[in-house]
Design a protein around this ligand. Structure first.
Ligand code: GDP
Ligand code: MG
Length: 176
Protein backbone atom coordinates (compact mmCIF):
# COMPACT_ATOMS: atom_id res chain seq x y z
CA UNK A 1 0.00 0.00 0.00
CA UNK A 2 1.26 3.48 -0.83
CA UNK A 3 1.10 6.38 1.62
CA UNK A 4 -1.77 7.77 -0.39
CA UNK A 5 -3.92 4.70 0.08
CA UNK A 6 -7.13 5.22 1.92
CA UNK A 7 -7.72 2.50 4.45
CA UNK A 8 -11.25 1.31 4.83
CA UNK A 9 -12.34 0.38 8.33
CA UNK A 10 -15.29 -1.83 9.07
CA UNK A 11 -16.84 -0.89 12.40
CA UNK A 12 -19.57 -3.05 13.86
CA UNK A 13 -22.01 -1.40 16.28
CA UNK A 14 -23.67 -3.85 18.67
CA UNK A 15 -25.97 -3.47 21.65
CA UNK A 16 -29.55 -3.97 22.78
CA UNK A 17 -32.46 -2.49 20.95
CA UNK A 18 -33.14 1.09 22.12
CA UNK A 19 -29.70 1.92 23.54
CA UNK A 20 -29.25 4.54 20.82
CA UNK A 21 -27.03 2.90 18.19
CA UNK A 22 -28.79 4.45 15.22
CA UNK A 23 -29.08 7.82 16.98
CA UNK A 24 -25.36 7.71 17.64
CA UNK A 25 -24.63 7.03 13.97
CA UNK A 26 -26.87 9.91 12.98
CA UNK A 27 -25.14 12.19 15.48
CA UNK A 28 -21.64 11.26 14.41
CA UNK A 29 -22.14 10.86 10.67
CA UNK A 30 -25.02 13.26 9.96
CA UNK A 31 -24.70 15.70 12.90
CA UNK A 32 -28.34 15.19 13.60
CA UNK A 33 -30.54 13.90 16.42
CA UNK A 34 -34.23 13.09 16.59
CA UNK A 35 -36.36 11.82 19.44
CA UNK A 36 -38.35 9.72 17.04
CA UNK A 37 -37.89 6.03 17.51
CA UNK A 38 -37.76 3.90 14.40
CA UNK A 39 -36.50 0.36 14.95
CA UNK A 40 -33.94 -0.66 12.37
CA UNK A 41 -34.98 -3.49 10.14
CA UNK A 42 -32.02 -5.71 9.45
CA UNK A 43 -28.92 -3.55 9.20
CA UNK A 44 -28.33 0.15 8.65
CA UNK A 45 -25.20 1.37 6.98
CA UNK A 46 -23.30 4.61 7.55
CA UNK A 47 -20.07 5.86 6.03
CA UNK A 48 -17.74 8.68 7.08
CA UNK A 49 -14.35 9.95 5.96
CA UNK A 50 -12.04 11.20 8.69
CA UNK A 51 -8.42 12.18 9.15
CA UNK A 52 -6.59 10.19 11.82
CA UNK A 53 -2.85 10.47 12.43
CA UNK A 54 -2.65 12.60 9.27
CA UNK A 55 -4.20 9.84 7.20
CA UNK A 56 -7.50 9.96 5.42
CA UNK A 57 -9.57 6.94 6.27
CA UNK A 58 -13.08 5.80 5.46
CA UNK A 59 -15.13 4.32 8.24
CA UNK A 60 -17.98 2.00 7.37
CA UNK A 61 -20.42 1.48 10.23
CA UNK A 62 -22.66 -1.55 10.35
CA UNK A 63 -25.59 -0.96 12.67
CA UNK A 64 -28.19 -3.57 13.46
CA UNK A 65 -31.47 -3.99 15.28
CA UNK A 66 -30.75 -5.54 18.69
CA UNK A 67 -33.53 -8.09 18.67
CA UNK A 68 -31.81 -9.88 15.83
CA UNK A 69 -29.09 -11.31 18.01
CA UNK A 70 -30.27 -14.89 18.01
CA UNK A 71 -31.34 -14.91 14.42
CA UNK A 72 -28.92 -15.11 11.58
CA UNK A 73 -27.13 -11.86 10.99
CA UNK A 74 -25.05 -13.88 8.61
CA UNK A 75 -21.33 -14.42 8.40
CA UNK A 76 -20.92 -11.43 6.06
CA UNK A 77 -22.18 -9.12 8.77
CA UNK A 78 -19.30 -9.99 11.08
CA UNK A 79 -16.58 -10.78 8.57
CA UNK A 80 -13.63 -8.41 8.36
CA UNK A 81 -14.57 -6.23 11.33
CA UNK A 82 -11.69 -3.95 12.38
CA UNK A 83 -13.26 -2.62 15.56
CA UNK A 84 -16.40 -3.63 17.44
CA UNK A 85 -18.34 -0.95 19.32
CA UNK A 86 -20.44 -2.18 22.25
CA UNK A 87 -23.20 0.26 23.21
CA UNK A 88 -25.37 0.28 26.34
CA UNK A 89 -27.80 2.79 27.83
CA UNK A 90 -26.62 4.30 31.14
CA UNK A 91 -30.21 4.23 32.44
CA UNK A 92 -30.55 0.47 31.71
CA UNK A 93 -28.54 -2.04 33.78
CA UNK A 94 -29.88 -4.84 31.58
CA UNK A 95 -28.37 -3.28 28.47
CA UNK A 96 -25.05 -3.05 30.31
CA UNK A 97 -25.17 -6.64 31.51
CA UNK A 98 -25.95 -7.79 27.98
CA UNK A 99 -22.61 -6.44 26.74
CA UNK A 100 -21.22 -9.80 27.88
CA UNK A 101 -23.55 -11.56 25.46
CA UNK A 102 -22.77 -9.18 22.61
CA UNK A 103 -19.04 -9.59 23.10
CA UNK A 104 -19.33 -13.38 23.34
CA UNK A 105 -21.55 -13.56 20.28
CA UNK A 106 -19.11 -11.43 18.31
CA UNK A 107 -16.15 -13.60 19.34
CA UNK A 108 -18.02 -16.81 18.54
CA UNK A 109 -18.97 -15.53 15.10
CA UNK A 110 -15.53 -14.18 14.19
CA UNK A 111 -13.12 -16.41 16.17
CA UNK A 112 -10.25 -13.91 16.07
CA UNK A 113 -6.77 -15.36 16.51
CA UNK A 114 -6.32 -13.50 19.78
CA UNK A 115 -9.74 -12.82 21.33
CA UNK A 116 -8.20 -11.02 24.31
CA UNK A 117 -6.66 -8.33 22.17
CA UNK A 118 -9.43 -7.80 19.64
CA UNK A 119 -10.31 -4.05 19.57
CA UNK A 120 -13.60 -3.38 21.29
CA UNK A 121 -14.73 0.06 22.47
CA UNK A 122 -17.52 0.45 25.05
CA UNK A 123 -19.95 3.38 24.91
CA UNK A 124 -22.42 4.23 27.68
CA UNK A 125 -25.00 6.32 25.82
CA UNK A 126 -27.71 8.75 27.08
CA UNK A 127 -25.35 10.36 29.59
CA UNK A 128 -27.50 13.49 29.27
CA UNK A 129 -30.19 11.82 31.40
CA UNK A 130 -30.24 12.27 35.21
CA UNK A 131 -31.39 8.74 35.88
CA UNK A 132 -27.98 7.06 35.65
CA UNK A 133 -28.62 3.49 36.77
CA UNK A 134 -25.28 2.07 35.68
CA UNK A 135 -22.67 3.76 37.91
CA UNK A 136 -19.62 4.97 36.02
CA UNK A 137 -17.27 3.06 38.32
CA UNK A 138 -19.12 -0.23 37.62
CA UNK A 139 -18.81 0.26 33.87
CA UNK A 140 -15.18 1.36 34.21
CA UNK A 141 -14.39 -1.75 36.21
CA UNK A 142 -15.89 -4.09 33.61
CA UNK A 143 -14.05 -2.28 30.81
CA UNK A 144 -10.75 -2.45 32.69
CA UNK A 145 -11.20 -6.17 33.31
CA UNK A 146 -11.86 -6.65 29.60
CA UNK A 147 -9.17 -4.26 28.46
CA UNK A 148 -11.58 -2.04 26.53
CA UNK A 149 -11.61 1.77 26.30
CA UNK A 150 -14.76 3.30 27.76
CA UNK A 151 -16.68 6.52 27.11
CA UNK A 152 -19.90 7.90 28.52
CA UNK A 153 -21.54 9.78 25.68
CA UNK A 154 -24.77 11.35 24.54
CA UNK A 155 -26.09 11.03 21.02
CA UNK A 156 -28.61 13.66 22.03
CA UNK A 157 -26.28 16.51 23.00
CA UNK A 158 -23.16 15.12 21.33
CA UNK A 159 -20.99 15.03 24.45
CA UNK A 160 -17.86 12.91 24.08
CA UNK A 161 -18.99 11.56 20.71
CA UNK A 162 -16.06 12.98 18.69
CA UNK A 163 -13.54 11.74 21.27
CA UNK A 164 -15.05 8.26 21.34
CA UNK A 165 -14.99 7.92 17.57
CA UNK A 166 -11.44 9.16 17.32
CA UNK A 167 -10.50 6.30 19.63
CA UNK A 168 -12.57 3.87 17.57
CA UNK A 169 -10.81 4.96 14.37
CA UNK A 170 -7.38 4.63 16.00
CA UNK A 171 -8.13 1.19 17.40
CA UNK A 172 -9.47 0.08 14.03
CA UNK A 173 -6.40 1.42 12.23
CA UNK A 174 -4.06 -0.46 14.52
CA UNK A 175 -5.91 -3.64 13.72
CA UNK A 176 -5.70 -3.22 9.92
P1 GDP B 1 -31.18 1.64 18.67
O1 GDP B 1 -32.30 0.68 18.72
O2 GDP B 1 -30.02 1.18 19.51
O3 GDP B 1 -30.74 1.98 17.28
O4 GDP B 1 -31.69 3.00 19.37
P2 GDP B 1 -32.21 4.34 18.68
O5 GDP B 1 -31.07 5.12 18.12
O6 GDP B 1 -33.32 4.03 17.77
O7 GDP B 1 -32.71 5.17 19.97
C1 GDP B 1 -33.72 4.66 20.84
C2 GDP B 1 -34.37 5.82 21.58
O8 GDP B 1 -33.45 6.43 22.47
C3 GDP B 1 -34.87 6.95 20.66
O9 GDP B 1 -36.09 7.42 21.15
C4 GDP B 1 -33.80 8.00 20.77
O10 GDP B 1 -34.31 9.29 20.55
C5 GDP B 1 -33.34 7.82 22.21
N1 GDP B 1 -31.93 8.21 22.40
C6 GDP B 1 -30.88 7.80 21.66
N2 GDP B 1 -29.73 8.34 22.10
C7 GDP B 1 -30.06 9.14 23.14
C8 GDP B 1 -29.30 9.98 24.03
O11 GDP B 1 -28.08 10.13 23.95
N3 GDP B 1 -30.01 10.63 25.01
C9 GDP B 1 -31.36 10.50 25.14
N4 GDP B 1 -31.94 11.19 26.13
N5 GDP B 1 -32.09 9.71 24.32
C10 GDP B 1 -31.46 9.04 23.34
MG1 MG C 1 -31.36 1.13 15.49
Amino acid sequence: MSDHSKPLLKILVLGDCGVGKTSLMNRYVNKHFTNMYKASIGTDFFSKEVVVNNRMITMHFWDTAGQERFQTLGVAFYRGTDCCVLVYDVTSPKSFKNLNLWRDEFLIQTSPRDPDSFPFVVLGNKADLDEQNVPTRVALHWCKMNNMPFYEISAKNGSNVEQAFEEIAKMGLEAV
